[in-house]
Write a protein that binds this ligand. Structure first.
Ligand code: FUL
Length: 697
């Protein structure tokens, strides 16, 4: 017996020794994410839907006195919303169940101001029910936006309102299945209808709502739901509505300094706080159009693909999530323009991240925790987020080298920390081995849940990722490398007042070719290198071509009429600062010309010309101010005798569609042009103008 025991001990000794020496997991570096936040991080890209009373009143913030009868979508289809979002690769939808005007998309038992008193489905409808069902059907998570501020409710601002607010929250969190995110807006208090009082009511954001009890209610009813507000507690606002987080972005915040509507310093929301006391990651909320709600006059202002890609890389690529808003239209559908654009985005992202060039490659590390297999660098490339590469406790600076075994091209680098153990990295460097020499590709700061870098295409045989500074030993779960295709959008053509033409492409690495003789541009045409003078009428046709793949963009066709070099605004506006912007060929710059209506602008064209047409591009800003509806146009040889207008009328539908307005008329010769605005949208006494041009025969 003794012998058997002795043999067993001898045999088991190496196992025991190994077990005793097994390196322990790295110690967490707090604050740490909660389980619900870990689940939320994986959402990355999801949809906001702004659809409510404002959709029917054409407003962004309703006053609260709107009539429930106004809510009447003609073709509401929440399954179409879910389908678009699913196809776009989004993982959830958050809807404005109640916005500041107080109208409820569900038949709340606590108010008459809801769908139950609207003509839609004869008052039997429930948008929240329909959408939560559609989300389930399409495998999307579902979230609700419930505005704390309520401009309809008579008790808003008084303690009585709190019971109402909580009852509504209870309805939403009880009757519609699992909720993954509850969105509390920071806009709180001000003028409103308030049950007929029509007054201004202000509240103390910090104390009025008794947030602790509101948050406790969410925890009780939906323990896995993340609560969003300007300062968390689970997810924070990113401090802007333009669609970006800072490159340095900590998921940490000194949370007690914040509350919904209280953001001590926007910079902290944009970048987080390295010494934050709680895990409160950032969410980037941004609309696909200028407004949050649908306005027909923004149908042509859907953000471009390059713009949306920038937003993706500046949110998901910077350790935040991307909450992209669709202003569902007054039929109750995501507008075709928006749906097409988001699907373009999805296709572009799919192409960008199609093939991971690091996968299966040889990887070595400068240090591996206890030299243990469990923490080996291969874990970075195994596609498993639960495994990670870690170093010894004392090693804060460390690197891994990925050997491609051949020369490859790449322009994206993706890296993820294993965040259950905290956000640890303060700075890192990426280098590429180019012709046997290490070249720095990027030097960056934080990583967090995910960081994606974009850089000009590199050709290299190896890549080195080095952690330069960290709060604790690095714990990295994933590295991926991609060669994203170029963005092949038609080039933008612009001619300034001096007659210089510039062409620009959405991607820095493509080449631009153009023609001026009407022929189709291609790689055999003139290559664009720098601005050039075009002091005559001509049509520029331009194309972007990726030299590596030979792939081409659509052709941009831009007719440019006579140059405007000697054009001058006459009369009282001659000296108005910035007025020349209406001749600068840049549709983004605009001038507002003040004055009572009717108001007129005279332009000296510098010489006598034959004119057969005229175009007016209204200012393209967010509001409609100064957009001309009724006009008259005159031409004169001497700036004295104007005769009758060469054309007069109304820019039909300009209120809904403030796009380029083009007019043609019988050819008339003259040197002076008078554009007379008789009426403007909302009768505002000014003319808002981005560009003005003539057409010659
Ligand atoms: C803001 C609101 O006031 C806007 O109307 C919109 O809902 C946006 C998402 O949040 O604070």
């Amino acid at each position: 017996m003794k012998k058997i025991i002795r043999t067993l001990i001898i045999l088991l000794f190496p196992v025991l020794l190994f077990a005793c020496n097994r390196p322990t997991d790295p110690k967490p570096v707090g604050p740490l994410p909660a389980e619900r936040q870990l689940v939320w991080h994986e959402m990355e890209f999801y949809a906001f839907i702004h659809f409510n009373m404002n959709t029917f009143t054409n407003m962004e913030w309703g006053m609260g006195n709107e009539k429930p009868e106004s809510f009447n979508p003609t073709a509401l289809d929440t399954r179409q919303w879910a389908r678009v979002c699913k196809e776009a690769g989004m993982k959830g939808i958050i809807i404005t169940a109640k916005h500041h005007d107080g109208f409820c998309l569900w038949p709340s038992a606590y108010t008459e101001h809801s769908v139950k008193n609207s003509p839609w489905m004869e008052g039997k409808g429930d948008v929240i029910r329909e959408l939560s069902d559609a989300c389930r059907e399409y495998g999307l998570k579902f979230g609700v936006y419930l505005s704390p501020w309520d401009r309809n409710h008579a008790d808003y601002g008084k303690p009585e309102y709190l019971g109402y607010f909580r009852n509504q929250l209870r309805e939403l969190l009880t009757n519609y299945g699992d909720i993954y995110e509850v969105w509390f807006d920071g806009a709180n208090g001000g003028t409103g209808y308030y049950g007929g009082a029509n007054e201004e009511r202000w509240i103390d954001n910090r104390t009025y709502y008794q947030w602790d009890t509101v948050f406790a209610l969410v925890r009780e009813l939906q323990p896995m739901a993340c609560i969003f507000s300007d300062g968390g507690p689970d997810i924070r606002w990113v401090g802007n509505e333009e669609g970006w987080a800072r490159p340095t972005n900590w998921s940490l915040l000194k949370r007690d300094d914040f509350a919904p509507g209280i953001a001590k310093d926007l910079e902290w929301l944009r970048a987080g706080q390295e010494d934050g006391t709680h895990w409160v990651p950032a969410e980037v909320d941004v609309s696909i159009r200028p407004g949050w709600y649908y306005h027909p006059y923004e149908d042509h202002k859907v953000k471009s693909l390059p713009h949306l890609l920038d937003i993706y890389y500046h949110s998901v690529g910077r350790n935040a999530s991307m909450l992209l808003n669709f202003p569902v239209d007054n039929r109750g559908l995501i507008h075709d323009n928006d749906a097409e654009r988001v699907l373009e985005l999805a296709r572009a992202l799919e192409a960008d991240f199609k093939t991971d060039l690091a996968s299966g490659k040889k990887i070595t590390a400068s240090n591996t925790r206890g030299k243990a297999r469990k923490f080996k660098p291969e874990n970075l490339l195994d596609g498993n987020k639960e495994t990670y590469w870690a170093t010894d406790d004392s090693v804060l600076k460390a690197s891994v080298t990925i050997d491609f075994g051949e020369k490859i091209s790449f322009n994206r680098f993706l890296v993820q920390e294993y965040i259950p153990l905290g956000q640890r990295i303060k700075s890192f460097v990426v280098e590429a081995l180019v012709e046997d020499e290490w070249k720095q590709v990027a030097t960056e700061t934080t990583i967090g849940y995910k960081r994606i870098l974009r850089f000009p295409t590199v050709e290299a045989t190896a890549l080195r990722f080095s952690v330069e500074e960290a709060k604790g030993s690095p714990v990295i779960s994933n590295i991926q490398i991609f060669n994203a295709p170029k963005i092949l959008e038609a080039p933008v053509v612009r001619r300034d007042q001096q007659g210089y033409v510039s062409l620009s492409a959405a991607d820095n690495e493509v080449e631009i070719y153009y023609t001026l003789d009407g022929s189709e541009p291609g790689s055999g045409s003139q290559q664009y290198k720098d601005t050039f003078l075009l002091d005559r009428k001509a049509t520029v046709k331009a194309i972007a071509i990726d030299p590596a793949s030979g792939l081409k963009s659509p052709v941009e066709i831009k007719p440019l009429d006579i140059p405007k070099t000697n054009w001058k605004i006459m009369g009282p506006w001659a000296a108005l600062p910035g007025a020349g912007s209406i001749f600068d060929g840049d549709t983004r710059t605009a001038t507002w010309f003040p004055g009572e209506l009717p108001s007129e602008m005279v332009i000296d064209l510098g010489q006598s010309v034959e004119i057969s047409g005229f175009s007016y591009l209204p200012q393209q800003g967010r509001d409609l101010s100064g957009i001309v509806i009724n006009y008259e146009l005159y031409i004169s040889a001497d700036n004295r005798n104007w005769g009758s207008p060469v054309i007069a009328g109304e820019f039909s539908n300009i209120r809904n569609s403030p796009v380029l307005q083009q007019l043609s008329f019988t050819t008339t010769t003259g040197r002076y042009l008078k554009f007379k605005a008789l009426t403007t949208v909302n009768d505002q006494p000014r003319i808002g103008m981005a560009e003005l041009d003539v057409v010659t025969p």
